[in-house]
Design a protein around this ligand. Structure first.
Ligand code: DAH
Length: 342
């Protein structure tokens, strides 16, 4: 019986060595290891053998079965592998989906703006969100106790040092970086400052305590309102990717003189009046003006020699217009159902 088993094994291995096709291999496997195979037949007969044979033959046939199974498997892998060109990876197996994040709509709009301004030769600068009272207000021509302070209420940080120069606030706008930039780089200068700002607001669909702006600044010899108008027209065309109608109105901001409010022709009805523009044909877009001589002086720039313009765009507002979002609070909600749409 032992000889017979060894013979079966040798025969199987010899035949296996010649096989190069999967269907032949499977047939061979069936012939030896299948339910009606030669080895299985012997194992099935064990019960009629003596106890001693049962042990010996049982053990040997099991060993042969395991060995043959392994050899068949190896041969199968080799045949499949070479059929698919060597190192075999089954590319048809569905992969595990990698979870991808989304770029926040504000970040997308901010990125577009930075690209646009860089292409026009503006530096992109940063400034602190926790700002001194000095830079946020005083250096922008908003002295302590001046009524203009009421325009922008913010969060005051409780510091030990209570004199005005060192009181710290969460900045209410990106404008303080105007003065910081002039102090650092002098004139002439052309820069934009994207960033997050804070207000002590009762929140509703159009007001939040935290939102984004981009400040712009151009200072040089002989800079005038004409430059301001030309640059802003280019900027607005760049933002909306079309020729945009622009309206300039007087407006009050303590850090510019004259101060301007810039509106654009409603991007939805093109000025024909619709609900989006409250039937006026215009949308408020940004604040701007010629930099006040006092602000230039705080920046260390001589107002007799240099002049410049500045502007501040509400980036959150812009994103709301671009994506037609009707509640500002969604941006900071962290709600994935909102975020996944961008
Ligand atoms: N800082 C102003 C605000 O947050 C916006 C602004 C208005 C910025 C006029 C300017 C400007 O640079 O010239 O309301």
């Amino acid at each position: 019986m032992q000889d017979k088993l060894e013979k079966i094994k040798k025969e199987a291995l010899d035949k296996l060595a010649d096989i190069k096709k999967l269907n032949l291999l499977e047939a061979l496997e069936k012939e030896y290891l299948g339910r009606k195979g030669q080895l299985t037949a012997i194992l099935r007969n064990l019960s009629s053998m003596s106890d001693e044979d049962k042990k010996k033959i049982g053990k040997l046939s099991n060993e042969i079965k395991v060995e043959l199974s392994e050899k068949f498997k190896e041969a199968k892998d080799i045949i499949i592998g070479s059929a698919r060109g060597g190192n075999y990876v089954d590319v048809s197996i569905p992969g595990q989906k990698i979870k991808q994040g989304h770029i926040h709509p504000i970040t997308q709009v901010m990125g577009d703006l930075e690209k646009l301004f860089s292409s026009m030769g503006f530096m992109v600068l940063d400034g602190p969100e926790l700002e001194s009272d000095h830079y946020n207000f005083t250096a922008l021509n908003i002295p302590a106790d001046h009524p203009a302070r009421d325009m922008q209420d913010t969060f005051y940080i409780d510091t030990k040092n209570k004199n005005n120069e060192h009181d710290m606030v969460m900045r209410t706008h990106t404008s303080p970086v105007q003065v910081r930039a002039m102090q650092k780089y002098g004139a002439p200068i052309k820069c934009v400052v994207p960033g997050r700002v804070f207000r002590n607001e009762a929140t509703d669909a159009t007001h939040d305590t935290t939102f984004y702006q981009i400040e712009g600044l151009m200072v040089g010899e002989g800079i005038s309102l004409a430059n301001l108008k030309a640059v802003l027209q280019d900027v607005l065309n760049g933002i909306f990717q079309e020729e945009v109608g622009m309206r300039i109105r007087p407006g009050y901001f303590p850090f510019v003189e004259p101060g301007l409010e810039i509106d654009i022709a409603c991007t939805i009805c093109k000025g024909a009046k619709c609900p989006a523009c409250k039937h006026t044909g215009w949308l408020e877009m940004l604040g701007s003006g010629m930099i006040h001589p006092e602000v230039l002086k705080y920046g260390g720039v001589d107002p007799e020699k240099y002049s410049g313009f500045a502007f501040g765009i509400g980036v959150t507002r812009l994103a709301m217009m671009k994506y037609k979002i009707d509640d500002i609070r969604l941006f900071n909600s962290g709600d994935l159902r909102f975020m996944e749409q961008f």
